[in-house]
Ligand binder design. Structure first.
Ligand SMILES: *Cc1c(COP(=O)(O)O)cnc(C)c1O
Length: 623
């Protein structure tokens, strides 16, 4: 079902909607060059098809074989006056020919009717001049096809592959978003016109100029011959960058449906989750460049990312960031693998699922560890930790989660770190969902290493995590039993290798992170970002309070990152479905005892988004 996200389809004329195989202009080019004693082949005549016809003559004249042949026949180079002569001969031959080629191609009339029924407007562009078009438009209309708009190549500053004919159509049809427009054509220059206009570009194979066959010729070819010709056209359209390639116009409605599905996904949802998050257009856009891992420019970008990440929580003389392929858990696990010696006791303090995950990771890594657990809705008790560290002096390292995304509470990182550090312990922190949103001063608070990832409060994309650690830790031979999670080795690669990842680097994701860091600075860094998240959280508490929905973590321990609410009489599945259909994605609860749900307030989210969410939730609860 076409849903009206696509507002217009702009068709080419000859070879696309009329004139099967695009034969009308061909004789003209051949006759034109013949007037200068140069024989051109059908293939040469077709090659630039789709361009403004004078440009088409120029393109043929620029072919080396034609230039050579012209020199041989005329003992001089082809000049502008020759081109004009050839063009005039072309024009007069074309006039005789045009009306013979006004038949509408199969399935065009039905498809156009179907599109109009769906509310889609029909535009058109042509390599013909207006004068040529006037000779055929009425006849074609009589035959049953009449687009709403028609722009000819001589009515804009430049014809194909430039975008102006497309944009003039859009202006006349009153359409402003090129992503809601589809170009359909039968030549490489049509495909390029669609792409340069930033619209969707569709190539049609059968009856195209690129295929260059009449309907009769098509029928006479063996399956094998036709198959090979079709493959040739398909690969030409593909190489030109076509978004979709169809056999005939009957396939267009299905393509429109597919494009509309893609548009629907992009319009999409505000993710009110703990990551991946809603990200800025600029961050996603940064991924459009492809890079090689070895490339100097790419390595320089990597180095700048390492430096900027480190600076967020530490000074860069004593600390360094190590990027790691993979989600946040990879960085946490790497930290456990590398910084805790097998024979030295590690204390893992947990009050949520992420803390429990660290225990699992330490267990699998074969580390010697002990644990302390607190209720999911209470912050870690610093006094209890102090007592434990004093009574168990062989504990060498302490590890905990700063912002427990399970519940939404924030642990007293400063007090815990300074305490453990003052007792001579190594301090390792999972700062996944707090990094870049809460102040962390590794140096001052005695934090030796922390783990975080690109797709939380830095608002980058998932696929890259990192550890910021004291350089002395990174420089030591690591105790990792994993090759991939070896921070020491990764550190050497990244720093001694001048920004080189040991193994394939997620290049596009790194570019997105580079942009995310720039956006972070542009927003105003930690101060501005934490203030925005705080406003989001306040808006959420206010809105939910008005709906009588209670949060579960006491406000003194509550973070601005994500908030857990009591589900009460609400049904999560139906609520989720309703909110999603209204553009919001929320998260299930992770508390073990009380049924709950979570709403994240990080990412490219603003207080008005949160207000809208609460209104939507109110509507849901009313209905
Ligand atoms: C997101 C997150 C992680 C990492 O989880 P992944 O699914 O591996 O990205 C770890 N700890 C906390 C506190 C988190 O919020």
């Amino acid at each position: 079902m076409i849903k009206n996200r696509i507002e217009a389809v702009i068709f080419d004329w000859a070879g696309t909607t009329i004139d099967y195989g695009c034969f009308a202009p061909l004789c003209g080019f051949i006759e034109g060059f013949k007037s200068k004693n140069v024989e051109i082949t059908l293939e040469e005549a077709r090659k630039p098809m789709g361009m403004l016809k004078i440009d088409h003559v120029r393109a043929i004249s620029a072919m080396p074989r034609i230039q050579h042949e012209f020199m041989k026949q005329n003992s001089r180079d082809i000049c502008e006056a020759d081109i004009q002569d050839i063009y005039h001969r072309f024009e007069s031959t074309l006039t005789d020919n045009l009306l013979c080629y006004t038949d509408i191609k199969p399935k065009v009339i039905e498809t156009v009717a179907l599109l109009r029924e769906a509310g889609i407007k029909i535009g058109s562009t042509s390599g013909y001049t207006r004068a040529m078009m006037e000779q055929i438009a009425d006849k074609v209309a009589e035959n049953g096809y009449q687009p709403d708009t028609c722009v000819c190549a001589d009515e804009v500053p430049k014809g194909r592959p430039h975008p102006y004919m497309m944009w003039k159509n859009m202006a006349e049809l009153g359409i402003s978003d090129p992503r809601h427009v589809i170009k359909v054509g039968d030549t490489v220059s049509d495909i390029k016109e669609g792409l340069s206009a930033n619209t969707w570009s569709v190539g049609v194979i059968m009856g195209s100029s690129e295929l260059g066959l009449t309907e009769q010729q098509v029928q006479q070819l063996s399956d094998e011959q036709l198959g090979s010709e079709i493959r040739r056209v398909r690969s030409a359209f593909y190489a030109a960058g076509a978004d979709y390639i169809i056999m005939d116009m009957g396939e267009l409605p299905r393509v429109i449906e597919k494009i509309e599905e893609r548009l629907a996904q992009q319009e999409a949802h505000k993710l009110l989750t703990p990551g991946p998050l809603t990200t800025r257009q600029s961050v996603k856009h940064a991924m459009l460049a492809d890079h090689c891992t070895w490339d100097e420019d790419y390595k320089a970008i990597t180095r700048s990312v390492l430096r900027d990440i480190t600076e967020i929580s530490a000074n860069t003389d004593d600390f360094a960031a190590v990027l790691l392929q993979g989600s946040g858990s990879y960085a946490v696990e790497a930290m456990i693998q590398c910084f805790c010696r097998d024979d030295e006791k590690l204390l893992i303090i947990e009050n949520g699922a992420y803390g429990k995950r660290m225990i699992k990771q330490a267990e699998l890594a074969g580390k010697c560890f002990v644990t302390m657990s607190f209720d999911m809705c209470t912050a870690i008790d610093v006094n209890a930790v102090e007592a434990r560290l004093i009574s168990e002096p062989d504990i060498r390292a302490v590890m905990f989660v700063h912002s427990e995304t399970t519940s939404g509470l924030i642990n007293p990182i400063r007090e815990l770190s300074t305490l453990a550090h003052s007792l001579g312990k190594l301090v390792l922190v999972d700062a996944m969902s707090s990094f870049a949103a809460y102040e962390i001063d590794m140096e001052k608070w005695g934090i030796d290493a922390l783990a975080a990832s690109a797709n939380k409060c830095l608002e980058g994309l998932p696929g890259l995590s990192f550890v910021v650690a004291r350089k002395e830790l990174l420089e030591m031979e690591s105790s990792s039993k994993s090759l991939c999670l070896d921070l020491h080795d990764q550190y050497l690669g990244l720093y001694e290798g001048g920004g080189k990842f040991r193994f394939t680097s997620p290049t596009n994701i790194l570019l997105a992170l580079r942009q995310a860091l720039d956006d972070y600075r542009m927003e105003g860094g930690l101060t501005a970002r934490s203030a925005r998240y705080h406003c989001n959280h306040e808006a959420l508490m206010k809105g939910m309070g008005a709906l009588g929905i209670r949060s579960l973590v006491p406000e003194i321990w509550q973070s601005d990152i994500i908030t857990t609410f009591e589900l009460g009489a609400l049904n999560f599945e139906t609520m989720y479905g309703y909110l999603k259909s209204h553009g919001f994605v929320i998260y299930p609860g992770k508390l073990t005892d009380i049924p709950s749900f979570r709403i994240g307030t990080i990412g490219d989210i603003f207080p008005n988004d949160i207000e809208k969410l609460c209104e939507t939730l109110r509507d849901y609860m009313k209905g």
